[in-house]
Structure formats: C-alpha cells, structure tokens
Design a protein around this ligand. Structure first.
Ligand code: NAP
Ligand code: ZN
Length: 352
C-alpha cells in the first residue's frame, strides 16, 4: 500500500480539508495513476453534504472526485492497454460484476453490483472507495480510459462525467442534424450538452435562469437562448422540441418544459436534485410525451465520447483552481456561478 495526499469531508456540514489516505498496490490488472486534474461535479457536492441520503447515504470521511485525468505511473503484469507515462482517465465507475446483462451490453453503469469511484464499498481495502480529490488512484484497466493527445488535460478531465452524461442521452435518443434540442441549465453538464448538441447539428436552445450567461451560451453553440423565468418567451416555443435535456441541480418546475415538447418527444433528466418532483400528467398525455432519466454512460461509450471530443476538439470550459479553493468553489456552484466547470490542479496538493 502507499500513502496519498487528499481532501476529504468529515461530515455533511464540515468543509473539505487535507488528509492522507491509503491506495492499494496495483494487482496484475491494475493501473496506478498520478492525478493531474480532477473536475468538480455538482454530484460531489450532493454526496459530500449527504443530499442523496435516501438513495446513496454518504459514508465519512468522504473523498469525492470522479472526473480524473492523470499520468500512468505503474501497471500490473497483465495490463495491455496502458504503460507508465501514458495519459489516462477515470470516470464515475471503477468496477462492475462483468457478467450481468447490463455489463454484457457494455452498460456497466446499470450493473446491479457496480463500484462507483467514491462512497462505494471498496473490495480491495474495505471501507469505501475514495475519489479523485487526491494525488493518486489505482484502478482496474477495464475502467481506465484513453484521452486523445490533442485535448487540453484540465479541460478534458470533466469529460469523464459532465461529458459522458450529456453525450450518452443525445446518442441513445438519436438526436440528429436539424432537430430542435433544448438544454436546461447552463452549468457543468449543460454546457457540455450544448457543445454536443451543436456538434451533432441540432438546432440548440439553452434554457437558463441566469441572464448573464446568454452571450456565453451562444459562444458555446446555442442557436437561441431563453430566460426560463420569462413565461412569454417560454410560450413561444410551445409544442416545438424534439428533445429536451434537463441538467439542473436544484428544485425547479419541469412542468414549465414539458409543454414545449412536440408530439412523441422526449424530455430526459440527468440532473439529480435532492427533492422529488411533481408532474402534471396532462403535460405527458397531451402529445404522448415521454419523461426519462439517464445516468453517465458505459465504458465503451465513454471511450467513443472521448474519441469524438478528440476529433471535434471538444473540451470543457474550465476555471482551474487549487484544491485549497474547493470549499469556495462549492459555494459558487450553489449560486450557479461556475463558467463552466471547476478543474482542480492536483499539483496544488504538493504544498500540503
Ligand atoms: P452545476 O454545474 O452546478 O450546474 C447546474 C445548473 O443548474 C446551474 O448552473 C444553473 O444553470 C441551473 N440551476 C441551478 N439552480 C437552479 C434552480 N434553482 N432553478 C433552475 N435552474 C437552476 O451542476 P452539474 O455538475 O452540471 O450537475 C447538474 C446536476 O446533474 C446535478 O444534480 C448533478 O448531481 C447531476 N448529475 C447527474 C449525472 C447522471 O449521471 N445523471 C451525472 C453528473 C451529474 P443556469 O444558471 O443556466 O440556470
Ligand atoms: Zn459527476
């Protein structure tokens, strides 16, 4: 085992603070990675503050981080895809049973026995898994991704969650050129949704509560931007969308969006607010509309997404921060004040 510097939360109300953790020695199939950048997902904040206590209660100390990009330092004897010195990445998953129908279909995110990157039982060391707010991680090579060399590492790290979580539903529901696609919430996930919908050739409309994001939304690829609090503007889009992706982190009324869908169209939730939502059934039955959810993506699809980003030169727009600013960054996430993903420069851990 080796020691690694990290930042952890001791309770739902504690700020994140410096700590030291153990990482396992690589097994034959493991890849050891020195972490260079780790994106800050709103899920990290939900988990640290135990906002998902009903579904995934938090075990403390909690070390979040599942948008991990780093350099391979060591590989096990059976590892074939990576060697020391390679740039490699890890997302939300570090293991699954490999034998269930979901795993066989390449959709490990829906395995009934997955191991998420943090806050899940750790089969190797006991306790729970520790995430990427740390200087190193050891992961089975099946869950380690290749990052195209042309991508900026700080901006590529968030692709491992914000990227795949928005790429996957656009593909699953077959978004194509010429369709009208709405993205609700211009945060970390939303801004990646805009980039992907635009790259797929969709007529992309951003719904935001933040008037100061209108110009950015257009720069990121939006054809139109609607301030979602403006009922008149919203009404102009009634019954016109082929697909709407909702990436909002907090309570909001999705009944404002369902009437904007066209006949037989889909609204997909990727945002995971703390509280349940109310839905008027009329908003679905009038037009035979569907409301669905989607969670990250499988490993094969994550690699496809990274390769797509390499071809189209797509990365996240990041504000790089030292780990010492993480608590401030969380407060800014709550205020929707992130443009558009925080990416932690892990070199900042060296001074601890
Ligand atoms: P984020 O960067 O904080 O962005 C969330 C955005 O939601 C904000 O920028 C804001 O956009 C909008 N928003 C915030 N509060 C709002 C409110 N009260 N009413 C309406 N809009 C509001 O968060 P993120 O990292 O993108 O994550 C978004 C959500 O997705 C989180 O709940 C996260 O846990 C979840 N998530 C799910 C998956 C999955 O697999 N399904 C994966 C990753 C994350 P505007 O300023 O434009 O309004
Ligand atoms: Zn995430």
């Amino acid at each position: 085992m080796s020691k690694a510097k990290a930042y952890s939360a001791a309770s739902a109300t504690s700020p994140l603070a410096f700590t030291t953790i153990e990482r396992r020695d690589p097994t034959d199939t493991d890849v050891a990675i020195e972490i260079l950048f780790c994106g800050v997902c709103h899920s990290d904040l939900h988990q640290v503050r135990n906002e998902w206590s009903g579904v995934m209660p938090t075990v403390y100390p909690c070390i979040p981080g599942h948008e991990i990009l780093g350099r391979v330092t060591k590989v096990g004897s059976a590892v074939t895809k990576f060697k020391a010195g390679d740039i490699a990445a890890v997302g939300c998953l570090v293991d699954s049973d490999g034998s269930c129908p979901a795993c066989k279909a390449g959709e490990e995110q829906f395995c009934p026995n997955p191991t998420l990157t943090y806050n899940f039982p750790d089969k190797h060391l006991g306790g729970v898994t520790y995430g990427g707010y740390s200087e190193s991680v050891v992961v089975d090579e099946r869950f380690v991704l290749r990052v195209p060399e042309n991508l900026d590492p700080a901006g590529a790290a968030p692709l491992l969650c914000a990227g795949i979580t928005t790429y996957s539903p656009l593909h699953h529901w077959g978004v194509t050129k010429g369709q009208k696609v709405g993205i609700v919430g211009l945060g970390g996930l939303g801004h990646m949704g805009v980039k992907f919908a635009h790259a797929l050739g969709a007529h992309t409309v951003v719904f935001t509560t933040s008037p100061n994001k209108v110009e950015d939304a257009k720069r990121l690829g939006a054809d139109e931007v609607v301030i979602s609090k403006d009922a008149k503007e919203m009404a102009k889009h009634a019954f016109s969308f082929d697909f709407i992706l909702d990436a909002v982190s907090a309570d909001h009324d999705i009944n404002a969006y369902l009437p904007l869908l066209g006949r037989d169209s889909h609204m997909v939730l990727v945002g995971a607010p703390e509280k349940p939502m109310a839905i008027s059934s009329f908003n679905l039955i009038l037009g035979r509309k569907s409301l669905s959810g989607s969670m990250i993506g499988g490993i094969k699809e994550t690699q496809e997404m990274l390769d797509f980003c390499g071809e189209h030169n797509i990365t996240s727009d990041v504000e790089v921060i030292p780990i010492q600013k993480i608590n401030e960054a969380y407060e800014r996430l709550i205020k929707s004040d992130v443009k558009y993903r925080f990416s932690i420069d892990m070199a900042s851990l060296k001074s601890e």
